[in-house]
Design a protein around this ligand. Structure first.
Ligand code: FAD
Length: 298
């Protein structure tokens, strides 16, 4: 199914993101994760792609995406980066996706490793999006966006100017980088709409459930940490369960506020953490159903 159609049928889309098991872990780990996530009200599940990983590692993306479709009957989205792949490798991956009936691709550039010469013929995700569309394989192409600006851009206005290239090249919807401050997302939406971008934008959220996570996540994502969240982190930093509960509550409140402001969708970066995915889904399930005018289960 082309998931761009979902946005026409539903007011709010809810999706989950998982990553393939690391090289040293057994692939069964992810099967167990998916088994436990079975039944969550996800409109799609996306699977990340290791831009700097080996071919065998990257192959896991479409293998897992295929499993999600065939075994769990949920629509998968396969992430695809271009920074460390040549044209032939990208064509081969697209063919694998097609063979496995995976119709939705999140087209990304990937992070540039300054120590590795990029193989890529595409400089930006928008070039990859155009290439995927040109292959005439009927993929639905999705793109990434950055409410607090991508770190390589001088400012948000410039980043949004560049974002328009993705839309011009056929991207049908956007998934945002994670953020903890909803106001930054609302400011971003205002600017994006003023720039003439009207495709649906899903808000990317990641619950902070342990104290080792936060520093790494903030460094990688560039997300700002509001005083309320840093207060929670310091107050409960020595109590694992309290911190987990507080992190889940914080993310749930963020989602509720986003829904109240009319966002088109929520994308949960699960980090393969089943408990977080289940608890957040339970917290918001009835609210999303009500917003989508779905029948109430009693
Ligand atoms: P681009 O859109 O190419 O943007 C990169 C920079 O170039 C930006 O500063 C942009 O403003 C600028 N730019 C874009 N187009 C132009 C242009 N035409 N001219 C001049 N400048 C331009 N990484 C992975 O390795 N694997 C994953 O699975 C993965 N999944 C992700 C999922 C989401 C939802 C998000 C938000 C990010 C994900 N990433 C993933 C990280 C992503 O690869 C990095 O953030 C990367 O640095 C940028 O990728 P992009 O596709 O946004 O690049």
């Amino acid at each position: 199914m082309n998931i761009s159609n979902l946005f026409k049928a539903k007011k709010i889309i809810f999706s989950l993101e998982i990553f393939p098991p690391k090289k040293e872990s057994s692939v069964n780990v992810i099967y167990n994760t998916l088994l436990k996530m079975r039944g969550l009200p996800a409109d799609f599940i996306s699977v990340t792609y290791g831009a700097g990983g080996s071919e065998a590692q990257r192959q896991k993306t479409w293998e897992i995406a295929s499993l999600i479709r065939s075994t769990y009957h949920v629509e998968p989205v396969a992430h695809l980066t271009c920074v460390n792949s040549d044209e032939q490798e990208i064509i081969e991956t697209l063919q694998k996706l097609k063979e496995n009936q995976i119709q939705n691709v999140l087209a990304l550039r990937g992070d540039i490793n300054p120590d590795v010469t990029p193989k890529c013929i595409f400089r930006h995700a928008s070039d990859l999006a155009a290439f995927i569309r040109s292959q005439d394989l009927s993929f639905n192409v999705i793109g990434a966006c950055y409410p607090e600006c991508h770190f390589e851009s001088d400012n948000l206005d410039k980043d949004i100017e560049n974002l328009k290239f993705k839309i011009d090249n056929g991207v049908t919807h956007l998934i945002s980088q994670l953020f903890f401050d909803n106001n930054s997302f609302y400011r971003f939406l205002d600017k994006v709409h003023a720039a003439g971008i009207s495709v649906p934008i899903q808000a990317g959220l990641m619950p902070i459930v342990n104290k080792n996570q936060i520093e790494k996540i903030v460094t990688l994502s560039g997300a700002s940490v509001p005083a309320k969240l840093s207060g929670i982190l310091s107050r409960y930093s020595n109590n694992r369960n309290a911190l987990k509960d507080a992190g889940i509550l914080y993310a749930t409140e963020q989602i509720f506020d986003l829904i109240s402001h009319g966002v088109h969708g929520i994308h949960l970066y699960t980090m393969n953490n089943v408990e977080t995915a289940v608890r957040i889904s339970e917290n918001i399930q009835n609210i999303i159903s009500a917003e989508n005018n779905e029948p109430e289960y009693v």
